[in-house]
Design a protein around this ligand. Structure first.
Ligand code: NAD
Ligand code: UDP
Length: 313
């Protein structure tokens, strides 16, 4: 049993992580400024005596006593992180400095939720952790991509300079219940469009690929990474290597939602990566982990969640 701090704990991934950590009998402090997170995501955890909620923006210093810090605070969907790009970079960079400073002071282990976006629009496929990426430093996605890259740099400098026990995970596209309705991500967009009988908006010709990891698989891997006893610090890719084209995903969602929606093709956004697929050999070797939940099973649970949400509105 450990005392854990989860920044961004009221968000999509953070809320599932808080829930799992509590299930495993840990104490959890959730820190969130509710920029994209929602109280409903953690509402059922509030009654748990091992759970505590702190409203705080991690770009400002924080002092708490914990054993482990999971640093997830940062808007993750392009629509959200592009709303205030300067704040996005601040959250990634100042947030990392504040959380690393806290970890150093209280001698806590600290895990950074990094992203596959550190690879940018990759020219190596699939992407191993040794690939340095192909990132535009001045484009509309740069506040997120470069912010996350700088956060990784900080983590590794704290490790080299201060010998701190760090962990860095690079998360690939993850989906599941509690994704926000308006986040513009492909899985939530398609499911909502299918449930409402609206056109399914494919950007470009739909031949670009993504691999989709169900939330429960990711949470399992993050907890294993924090707890690994081999001093394996990463960075490690966490994702589902099974690749789908966006067109295949659209067709699957329409079919599974029992929808009559038609496909509508829209322009491809700037800097939209053509392919993205994790190489997870390292996670398999070091963590004995690989994703277990196939797309159909995860989509079923996610469609059920969005049906409930839409019926409340
Ligand atoms: P999310 O937007 O649902 O959650 C982010 C949470 O951080 C929200 O609750 C938000 O209110 C909070 N937050 C934002 N700025 C903050 C600040 N300055 N101080 C305190 N809290 C703040 O996104 P998510 O999908 O749950 O992503 C969580 C983490 O995982 C992020 O760091 C993201 O970069 C990373 N990640 C997610 C994915 C994915 O597919 N969802 C992929 C790669 C990486
Ligand atoms: N996409 C799409 N229609 C949508 C939303 C997204 O075709 O309504 C495409 C988008 O252009 C990208 C892929 O789906 O090629 C994944 O987009 P998302 O924003 O979910 O994730 P990311 O681009 O960050 O991987």
């Amino acid at each position: 049993m450990a005392k854990c701090l989860v920044t961004g704990g009221a968000g999509f991934i953070g809320s599932h992580l808080c829930e799992k950590l509590l299930e495993q009998k840990n104490e959890v402090i959730c820190v969130d400024n509710f920029f994209t997170g929602a109280k409903r995501n953690i509402a059922r955890l509030l009654a748990n005596p091992n759970f505590e909620l702190v409203r705080h923006d991690i770009t400002f210093p924080l002092y708490l006593e914990v054993d482990e810090i999971y640093n997830l605070a940062c808007p993750a969907a392009p629509i959200h992180y592009q709303r205030d790009p300067v704040q996005t970079t601040k959250t990634s960079v100042h947030g990392a400095i504040n959380m690393l400073g806290l970890a150093k002071r209280i001698k806590a282990k600290i895990l950074q939720a990094s992203t596959s976006e550190v690879y940018g629009d990759p020219i190596v496929h699939p992407q191993p952790e040794s690939y340095w990426g192909n990132v535009n430093p001045i484009g509309p996605r740069s506040c997120y991509d470069e912010g996350k890259r700088c956060a990784e740099t900080l983590f590794f400098d704290y490790w080299r300079q201060h010998k701190m026990p760090i962990r860095v995970v690079r998360i690939f596209n993850t989906y599941g219940p509690r994704m926000t309705v308006d986040d513009g991500r492909v899985v939530s967009n398609f499911i909502i469009q299918a449930l409402r009988g609206e056109d399914i908006t494919i950007y470009g010709d739909g031949s670009q690929t993504r691999s989709f990891q169900y939330i429960d698989d990711l949470v399992e891997a993050m907890i294993r990474m924090m707890g690994n006893k081999n001093d394996f610090i990463g960075p490690v890719n966490l994702g589902n290597p099974k690749e789908f084209t966006i067109k295949e995903l659209a067709e699957k969602v329409v079919e599974m939602a029992g929808s009559k929606s038609k496909i509508a093709y829209k322009p491809l956004p700037e800097d939209d990566p053509k392919q993205r697929q994790p190489d997870i050999a390292l996670a398999k070797k070091e963590l004995g982990w690989e994703p277990k939940i196939p797309l159909e099973e995860g989509l079923k649970k996610t469609i059920k969640y969005f049906k409930e949400i839409l019926s409340e509105k």
